[in-house]
Ligand binder design. Structure first.
Ligand code: F6R
Length: 241
């Protein structure tokens, strides 16, 4: 594992954007696995800036997102599809037909999970997967469990995730209770993984994730078994390792 220890959120964002843009330059039709949340916002902003300068071309890039809340329409301001459109897709020359996010309004969970797995398979897997990290060790919405969930699945969000994500909703009651998420198989089959962390509040889980035992109670710990992981963390998030 490669670790970049950077000063702050801004440096983390620039470094992550550097790696993503290198991937796009090396393979213009690459498949990027993308995340939402607070962590990648600065990274996407930096990519948009470089696109506007003429340094990046997204016209052939394909993307597949980690997850989506169940029950939110694409145009709901809290949906992850909406987040991606606002923060990245609407601002660069990507073809929206080449961007995939689970359908939060699907009626049949099993069918939606099978459909999304089929998309990832048809894309030929992921070249570079960008991840953030939940306080409870989740990646995507792979919540702590007694087994690693390998396939795309519909998951009941834990109380800690609901509380953490309620900051973006009017109240915790409005946070959806379920989400569709990519499982560990697609994440672990990505050729490269880039995980970004920032802030003191992530320091404890970063330590457990990368220096503790590999176990499904700490889902992110599975990354210790991947051969090409880059961790970019600011000083606060890496303060315990
Ligand atoms: C989002 C996702 C989540 C977040 C994690 C950290 O698509 O998959 O695993 O990466 O909850 O969220 P932030 O970045 O808001 O701390």
């Amino acid at each position: 594992m490669r670790i970049y220890r950077v000063k702050d959120y801004k440096d983390m964002s620039r470094k992550a954007a550097n790696i993503i843009s290198a991937q796009i330059i090396l393979k213009p039709d690459c498949v990027l696995g993308l995340a939402t949340g607070s962590t990648p916002i600065g990274t996407y902003r930096q990519l948009v800036e470089w696109y506007n300068k003429g340094d990046l071309d997204f016209s052939e890039v394909r993307t597949v997102n980690l997850d989506e809340y169940k029950g939110l329409t694409e145009d709901n301001s809290q949906s992850y599809r909406n987040f991606m459109n606002q923060n990245l897709f609407n601002q660069v020359n990507i073809d929206k037909k080449n961007t995939y996010v689970p359908n939060g309004m699907a009626e049949d969970d099993a069918a939606e999970c099978a459909r999304y797995s089929g998309i990832i398979r048809a894309l030929g897997g992921i070249d570079l997967q960008l991840l953030g990290l939940g306080h409870n060790g989740h990646i995507g919405f792979n919540e702590p469990n007694d087994v690693f969930d390998m396939e795309v699945h519909c998951v009941a969000l834990t109380q800690s995730t609901i509380e953490a994500n309620s900051r973006l909703f009017a109240s915790a009651d409005e946070v959806p209770r379920y989400a569709y998420t990519m499982g560990m198989k697609a994440i672990m089959q990505a050729k490269k993984i880039l995980i970004a962390v920032s802030g003191e509040d992530k320091a404890e889980i970063v330590k457990k994730a990368f220096t503790g035992e590999v176990k499904p109670e700490v889902p992110v710990s599975i990354l210790q078994m991947h051969r090409d992981v880059t961790l970019i963390g600011d000083e606060a998030a890496l303060s315990q390792i």
